[in-house]
Design a protein around this ligand. Structure first.
Ligand code: SAM
Length: 239
């Protein structure tokens, strides 16, 4: 038997992201294009020369640790939300967060690479990463090898359909105030998040129930109506 059964990896960076809790994060990258995040490289990898040449690519593979569920057990069969929580599949046939090695893999649009007060950052667009996510590797996305146009998509052949999203007059005003203060298009971010219907399968039928999703320094209150999602109001969180 091989002696190579256990390996130790070191974290190369930490993601700082608009998503302050798991609830609301899209199930894959690229679905919420307005979401912003940046990876801060940590010592001894916090050097610009480790990234030299990466700026030639539009997208990168990011490997990370599902650190927020590291203490929860994995199961051989899981219920993908995509199947309405009704059907079980083998864990390795899914992108479930609870897996024997809790490693996530996302292809993400690359933004600016820069140094700020001796720290090295990589801007990301449309990431599906929780704030504080430990990053274990970054690689360039190679379209000729990584994109397979006729590949079969199993139980998830295309993105899920999105819901209509309406803003209450109060939420609308709060988004405008937020934009004026922080120069962030929070309304588009909220719309893109809520239109994915982030509710877990067991709550999917529930109408008019208030949900809260934490992004940046606000908690967005929203609920599902019969044929659309409604953004109710925004609450500022203590940071
Ligand atoms: N694209 C990745 C993959 O396929 O490995 C992640 C897919 S996973 C289904 C996406 C979910 O991971 C998000 O909805 C979010 O709730 C969760 N997530 C993101 N960062 C996490 C973290 N650091 N710890 C635990 N869960 C996380």
């Amino acid at each position: 038997m091989s002696s190579f059964r256990n390996f130790t990896f070191s974290i190369i960076g930490i993601a700082h992201s608009c998503y302050k809790e798991k609830f609301g994060i899209p199930r894959q990258p690229g679905l919420v294009t307005e979401a912003t995040a940046r990876i801060e490289l940590i010592a001894p990898y916090n050097r610009l020369d480790t990234l030299e040449g990466l700026e030639q690519f539009s997208h990168i593979w990011v490997q990370f640790v599902f650190h927020a569920c590291i203490n929860e057990k994995w199961k051989a069969k899981v219920r993908p939300p995509r199947l309405g929580g009704k059907e079980k599949l083998g864990v390795f046939a899914t992108r479930a967060t609870h897996r024997p090695n809790p490693i996530g893999l996302s292809v993400i649009k690359l933004g600016k690479i820069y140094q700020e007060e001796k720290k090295v950052f990589i801007d990301l667009h449309g990431a599906d990463l929780l704030d504080g996510t430990p990053i274990i590797d970054i690689k360039p996305y190679l379209p000729y090898a990584d994109s397979i146009p006729n590949a079969q998509g199993g139980f998830a052949p295309s993105p899920s359909p999105v819901m209509d999203v309406h803003f209450s007059p109060l939420a609308n005003q709060q988004c405008e105030d937020y934009k004026a203060l922080h120069n962030r298009d929070i309304a588009t971010l909220i719309k893109q998040i809520v239109q994915q219907d982030p509710r877990p399968s067991y709550l999917a039928g529930q109408i008019d129930r208030e949900h809260g999703t934490s992004i940046w320094d606000i908690n967005v209150k929203w609920c599902a109506r019969h044929d659309h999602m409604e953004i109710l109001y925004l609450e500022t969180m203590d940071t």
